[in-house]
Design a protein around this ligand. Structure first.
Ligand code: AQP
Length: 337
């Protein structure tokens, strides 16, 4: 039986943080053991909002190195950069031409990001989910790991594949595009901001202190946790909606120290913040140390990193190009001689 294929990626919009690791990359490390896996750095998505050209390339390479430092193994997974494979943009255009505009205007992430960027909203931001559909559909992915926030985008990719490509241009019983299924990870963690337990930890939050980056040095981790928002109550607990910070930091403690939630809750149930924070700090520093050490080794060998990306691109491009050729022919574009 061939392994089911999985595709996922992270935008190089800044330093990867605990949320990207615990909510995504850590799960990929497990998935690569049982699935055929493609992991890309989605740099074309990163330019849908205003960005700094001077740091984008650096962040892109660093993100790929962080995938590997976290345990993505290039011998079993294909790691590549989205913009290195032109088929992503080409398929996006073909899908744009069949996707109704009102489907796009319904996308919640677009509405939220559009509010944030005011007058500076690009067509690219509106089109972000179609590019994401192209990313997924190019690889005939069976499964796409998604968090709550990305479910709507995956649903759109499924609708485009099914209703706009397969049913219009395909032949019955022989779909042109595979319709992907969401892969909901049960253990998936949503990590919240250190400065407000009701907001998601995010790369683009202007407040650096709201997140812990995977590459933050120990003294910075200590400082950020020391300043993390707390509440006046003694004792940490789960499932108290009026205490989002206690929930988030206790959950982080459980994940960072590798102890289950129940044991973590018992251990910290009567602990004051002054005792708890150093424990969380030590556990976080210890959990990130092997990633940081591996990253330092990898980033000092850019030739090896580039080779990994070239190999990943070669494998991915073969699959992507064949899908693109299939769709171009189906919509009636003249074949290149
Ligand atoms: N706080 C989080 N908790 C759990 N999972 C998270 N992810 C992101 N933040 C958290 C997961 O990381 C993957 C990659 O995300 P992305 O870079 O494509 O975009 P994002 O979800 O918008 O991540 P950020 O950090 O918030 O980036 P910006 O600020 O640039 O928008 C996804 O699987 C996501 O679920």
């Amino acid at each position: 039986m061939p392994r089911k294929r999985v595709l996922s990626g992270v935008q190089p919009t800044g330093a990867l943080h605990l949320g990207n690791w615990l909510g995504a990359i850590r799960n990929w490390v497990e998935l690569q053991k049982t699935h055929e896996t493609f992991f890309c750095v989605v740099d074309l998505h990163a330019i849908t909002v205003p960005h700094d050209p001077a740091t984008l390339a650096e962040n892109t390479l660093s993100t790929a190195a962080q995938y590997m430092a976290c345990g993505i193994d290039p011998k079993i997974s294909s790691i590549f950069i989205q913009s290195h494979i032109a088929a992503h943009s080409e398929l996006c255009w073909l899908l744009n031409c069949v996707t109704p505009l009102n489907w796009m205007e319904r996308m919640i992430q677009f509405k939220e990001k559009a509010i944030k960027h005011g007058d500076n909203v690009s067509v690219g931001l509106l089109d972000y989910p179609v590019l994401m559909a192209a990313d997924i559909l190019l690889y005939d992915a069976d499964l796409v790991p998604v968090g709550e926030d990305q479910k709507q985008h995956l649903e759109l990719a499924r609708d485009i594949a099914q209703q706009r490509i397969n049913s219009k241009f395909g032949v019955l019983d022989k779909p042109l595009l595979k319709v992907p299924e969401p892969l909901i990870i049960k253990e998936g963690a949503k990590v919240m901001s250190l400065s407000n337990g009701r907001n998601k930890m995010s790369k683009s939050d202007p407040n650096e202190g709201s997140r812990i980056a995977l590459l933050d040095p120990p003294d910075l981790i200590k400082k950020k946790i020391k300043r993390a928002k707390t509440d006046p109550k003694i004792g940490l607990e789960f499932d108290n909606p009026s205490r989002p910070e206690a929930e988030n930091l206790l959950s982080l403690f459980s994940l960072m120290s590798g102890i289950d939630k129940k044991t973590a809750a018992e251990k910290c149930s009567e602990m004051g913040w002054g005792t708890f924070k150093p424990l969380l700090t030590d556990a976080t520093i210890a959990a990130l140390e092997p990633i940081q050490n591996r990253y330092k080794e990898l980033i000092q060998k850019p030739e090896e990193l580039n080779q990994v990306l070239a190999d990943g691109r070669a494998t991915a491009e073969e699959v992507a190009q064949s899908t693109l050729d299939r769709i171009k022919a189906a919509v009636g574009l003249l074949k290149k001689i």
